[in-house]
Design a protein around this ligand. Structure first.
Ligand SMILES: [Zn+2]
Length: 66
């Protein structure tokens, strides 16, 4: 499993683990960041490779249902 380059230009949803706010970011942004700041609670969260894989995988599955 890897981060698929064909998804880099697509909008993905990531959820803040603290306030559960949903944020939309491009695939390439998710691929390249090591941490992000939540739009809602302004806490900085680390984004691990495993979490990135999970976001990409969720996006792929949501896309397949359309
Ligand atoms: Zn938050």
């Amino acid at each position: 499993m890897a981060l698929s380059p064909e998804l880099f230009d697509q909008d993905m949803i990531l959820h803040c683990p603290i306030c559960n706010r949903a944020m939309v970011r491009k695939g390439y942004w998710i691929k390249s960041v090591k941490a992000f700041t939540c739009d809602g609670c302004h806490n900085e969260m680390r984004l691990t490779y495993g979490q990135k894989i999970a976001i990409f995988e969720r996006h792929r599955q949501a896309d397949a249902k359309r």
